[in-house]
Design a protein around this ligand. Structure first.
Ligand SMILES: NC(=O)c1ccc[n+]([C@@H]2O[C@H](COP(=O)([O-])OP(=O)(O)OC[C@H]3O[C@@H](n4cnc5c(N)ncnc54)[C@H](OP(=O)(O)O)[C@@H]3O)[C@@H](O)[C@H]2O)c1
Length: 303
């Protein structure tokens, strides 16, 4: 079968489509064999290929990829049936199980039904950013009527967090990077939308969801909550003297969370965005486009 692998670190032109042995289902182990239809590129894939992860990355050669939308080939003992449309997130860095391959074996707990109302190409944009948004909002524990600031609200994680928070009845304001993103945030229910962080000073948000390491700590109220997912930006400054709880949240495999996300899509509460779709044979061009930035949705790869 085909897999997108790297055997060294570097720019997108080190990416190759190679032939590798098909993975085997461990009988009775609660695993499922999935045929990949589509996947998407996340910042972690770019950093992994680049060698920016350092120690802790799987050994070379490695198959890349966290997101997966596909069809069950063999559900083993899990109850999943052949032909079911599914989505999954594989924690590629900790398990080495990359999703950019024709066939992928994953634990059933990492798999969920795909949304019925969108294509598998669109569904492939959901797992990693969706779970990051959902799990971080759960940590922030924002209640209906509370006020949340999302920094990077038009990005992959931020755009989904905005929509999930609005579906939960939370008031959301948005910090975005450029004028083109203002309309997106407004259209998806944000109140105040700004490119100027000084406009957020003293607005006393109950919670802040920081997707790019903005550290707009002056915007959170005393006793509030501040979560970053920008691991590379380092820890959130210590705000304990103001009674503010802080975290740098790390996404986890979570089939139940994916089921919740699929339902939100099918209810019309979560709209997914594909900026451009590439064939897996054009993976180098896909990575180059991802690195260029200025995106208004995800880059997907079609198998
Ligand atoms: N901890 C975890 O488990 C976890 C999970 C998922 C993602 N992450 C990390 O979270 C980050 C976001 O991921 P993503 O997939 O959402 O990336 P993304 O789609 O690139 O979103 C980042 C957003 O932040 C915006 N932004 C960047 N700098 C800004 C600035 N100075 N002012 C205002 N907005 C700014 C970007 O705007 P532009 O498009 O204009 O640059 C973009 O809209 C990445 O660093 C990723 O590695 C961590």
């Amino acid at each position: 079968m085909r897999a997108i692998q790297i055997d060294r670190f570097g720019t997108p032109d080190i990416l190759d489509v190679v032939e590798v042995p098909e993975p085997e289902l461990g009988r009775g182990s609660g695993e499922v064999l999935i045929r990949t239809v589509a996947t998407s590129i996340n910042p972690v894939d770019d950093k992994t290929r680049d060698g920016a992860i350092g120690e802790g990355a799987p050994p070379l050669p490695m198959t890349l990829g966290w997101d997966l939308a596909g069809v069950v080939v063999d559900g083993g003992s899990t109850g999943l049936r052949p032909g079911e449309r599914v989505i999954a997130m594989s924690h590629q860095l900790s398990t080495g199980r990359g999703t950019w391959a024709d066939l992928v074996v994953l634990p059933a707990q990492a798999v969920a039904p795909a949304p019925r109302s969108v294509s598998l190409s669109e569904a492939a944009t959901l797992p990693l950013p969706g779970l990051t948004a959902l799990q971080t909002l759960d940590w922030l524990a924002v209640e209906p009527g509370e006020r949340l600031l999302i920094a990077g609200a038009a990005g992959a994680v931020g755009g989904l967090a905005l929509q999930i928070a609005r579906a939960r009845g939370v008031e959301v304001d948005a910090l975005v990077s450029r004028e083109a993103q203002v309309a997106f945030a407004r259209d998806h229910g944000a109140g105040l939308v700004t490119t100027d962080r000084d406009a957020l000073r003293d607005r006393h948000y109950d919670a802040v969801f920081d997707t790019f390491g903005a550290f707009v700590t002056e915007a959170v109220t005393d006793g509030g909550r501040y979560a970053s997912v920008a691991t590379q930006a380092g820890p959130v400054p210590d705000l304990s003297s103001r009674g503010v709880r802080t975290t740098v949240n790390q996404v986890r495999e979570d089939g139940a969370g994916l089921t919740e996300l699929s339902e939100l899509v099918d209810q019309g509460s979560l709209r997914l965005r594909v900026h451009a779709a590439f064939s897996l044979h054009d993976v180098r061009a896909a990575h180059a486009r991802f690195r260029q930035g200025g995106l208004s949705g995800k880059i997907t790869l079609l198998f």
